[in-house]
Design a protein around this ligand. Structure first.
Ligand code: 5GP
Ligand code: MG
Length: 191
């Protein structure tokens, strides 16, 4: 796998430090929101519901959730924004049904990377139709391009230049998700 890597863009230690900071902020924000809306003392407050967009956010989810000491559950959804081995964006396709029990829920929508912004925009709109109490969005990476910057994200791990990146859950043609760092592929590994 290392043979295919051009350079490491963000190493595993830097990712871990940033994920810890994001988790602290998310934990504090959702704890405040949920507690402020919850007035009785004798029952459990409602959970945070994390909705990760698979498969790219799988590693981010696993690391982030273990840093969140909050009452929570997960509702996985799967979407594809490009087909086969293409690296350009087309329309997004939902591969799983959306959860249907989100009325009054406190949601954190999680994705790996904000690029054209289509995935986050479309899925957010669909979830909002169920009238959740809170919906916040979190991406590990955001490209410094107008389409990505135009879409609001509440939590962003890193802003990166406009390169196609792999690793830490992000794939090229479903490969390289297991690389612990975020890296740029050699052009000859992309075909
Ligand atoms: P958007 O809908 O914002 O254009 O794209 C989001 C999705 O496209 C991501 O969840 C990811 O699956 C894919 N994507 C966009 N840019 C990259 C990239 O640089 N590397 C990889 N591996 N996937 C990307
Ligand atoms: Mg994805």
């Amino acid at each position: 796998m290392d043979l295919h890597i051009d350079k490491v863009l963000i190493d595993r230690n830097t990712i871990a430090q940033r994920v810890k900071k994001l988790a602290e902020q998310i934990n504090s924000d959702f704890t405040n929101i949920i507690n402020s809306e919850f007035h009785t003392n004798n029952t459990t407050p409602p959970p945070l519901i994390i909705i990760p967009i698979m498969t790219g956010s799988i590693v981010f989810l696993a690391d982030l959730m273990r840093q969140l000491p909050i009452f929570m559950r997960i509702r996985i959804i799967s979407a594809s924004s490009y087909t086969g081995n293409s690296t350009t964006n087309q329309n997004i396709k939902l591969n799983t049904p959306l959860p249907d029990d989100l009325e009054n829920a406190h949601i954190l929508l999680l994705d790996d990377i904000l690029d054209s912004g289509q995935t986050l925009t479309v899925i957010r709109q669909l979830l909002e139709q169920q009238q959740p109490a809170t919906i916040k969005t979190c991406v590990l990476l955001r490209k410094r391009i107008p389409s990505a910057m135009a879409v609001h994200a509440d939590y962003v791990g890193f802003d990166i230049d406009d390169n196609f990146v792999i690793g830490y859950g992000l794939d090229y043609n479903d490969f390289y998700r297991n690389l612990p760092d975020i890296a740029i592929l050699k052009p000859e590994a992309m075909h």
